[in-house]
Design a protein around this ligand. Structure first.
Ligand SMILES: Cc1cc2nc3c(=O)[nH]c(=O)nc-3n(C[C@H](O)[C@H](O)[C@H](O)COP(=O)(O)OP(=O)(O)OC[C@H]3O[C@@H](n4cnc5c(N)ncnc54)[C@H](O)[C@@H]3O)c2cc1C
Length: 277
């Protein structure tokens, strides 16, 4: 839709030109959400897609996804990884998480990793991916500094996060240790083409990386919950961890009743552990 309060669209090509960014300004990435509903408080958009960030950077430390990397590029990478890095057995998870954002081909081609994470919706599919793989986000600040923190600390609630006015998400890093793991994925949505109601992902690290097991719950909860165990947990350990999720952390929206989310996420976590065992 037209954003008819917007008077200016700036397209910086250098980091220094991204700012100033005030409360009437918005970072524009893919625009799939920004242009999907009225934004009457906005006067200016700052399009970050001309900053020249390589969408994907691979090295021995892992994968860096630029904030401007699209969902489609993440999905394509998933298919290419077995050739590029045969030891990164978590490769299928990248595509699986893209399918947790069920949208038209236009959204797939345009929506970005950063836009998805910054919206911080419970059903944020790139949040599910980053949470499952120990993702670390890098945030640029207006004063030229930057800082990093785990995705699990970045998202603070339903559509809330730590970003301050003027902050820009630059990238998310997925470490090689997590990429070398075996993963298992479950997603439930009330309708086949609907937004995720529950996403549960299990990750069993390679014995050489410590053999830890991480079980993450997203979409069902307003922010990501990741539980770590020394190995694949038994049902009692899993149930005890799941019980620590506060009552008010279960998502309340049209995509699933909170009680359904609470009960079924534990069932799916049990299935995942059986698959990883
Ligand atoms: C049909 C359809 C289906 C969708 N399904 C889902 C779904 O299943 N799950 C879900 O979570 N979302 C969904 N969305 C919402 C949204 O489109 C996606 O989350 C998408 O990934 C947003 O990315 P974008 O690049 O288009 O963001 P934009 O629309 O460009 O921006 C989204 C928000 O993030 C801010 N932003 C963007 N990039 C940055 C950055 N680097 N730093 C700081 N702030 C930034 C913008 O200012 C804006 O507030 C859907 C949207 C549509 C239209």
């Amino acid at each position: 839709m037209d954003l008819n309060t917007v008077e200016v669209i700036d397209v910086p090509t250098r980091r220094a030109d991204v700012w100033p960014l005030g409360p009437d300004d918005a970072v524009l990435a893919g625009g799939t959400w920004l242009f999907s509903e009225p934004q009457v408080h906005l006067r200016r958009l700052v399009d970050i897609t001309a900053l020249g960030w390589p969408p994907i950077t691979l090295d021995d430390s892992g994968i860096e996804l630029a904030a401007t990397c699209t969902i489609q590029q993440v999905s394509t990478l998933s298919a290419e990884l077995p050739t590029l890095r045969g030891d990164w057995t978590a490769a299928p998870l990248l595509h699986q998480c893209c399918t947790a954002l069920l949208a038209s081909f236009k959204v797939w081609r345009t929506a970005t990793v950063g836009g998805n994470i910054c919206l911080s919706f419970p059903a944020g599919a790139m949040i599910s991916l980053a949470a499952a793989l120990d993702g670390i986000v890098t945030i640029w600040r207006a004063d030229g500094s930057e800082y990093q923190l785990p995705i699990t600390d970045f998202v603070t609630g339903s559509a809330t996060n730590v970003l301050a006015t003027g902050d820009v998400l630059r990238a998310v890093h997925l470490p090689a240790e997590a990429l070398r793991a075996t993963t298992a994925f479950r997603k439930l949505a009330p309708s086949p083409l609907g937004r995720s109601g529950i996403v549960v992902i299990g990750r069993l690290d390679d014995p050489a990386d410590g053999g830890r097991c991480a079980v993450s719950i997203t979409a069902a909860t307003v922010r990501p919950y990741v539980f770590e165990f020394p190995g694949v947990p038994d049902h009692a350990a899993l149930r005890a961890a799941h019980a620590t999720i506060p009552d008010d952390a279960w998502t309340v929206d049209a995509h699933g009743d909170p009680d359904w989310r609470r009960g079924v996420s534990l069932v799916l976590a049990g299935q995942i552990c059986a698959e990883l065992r």
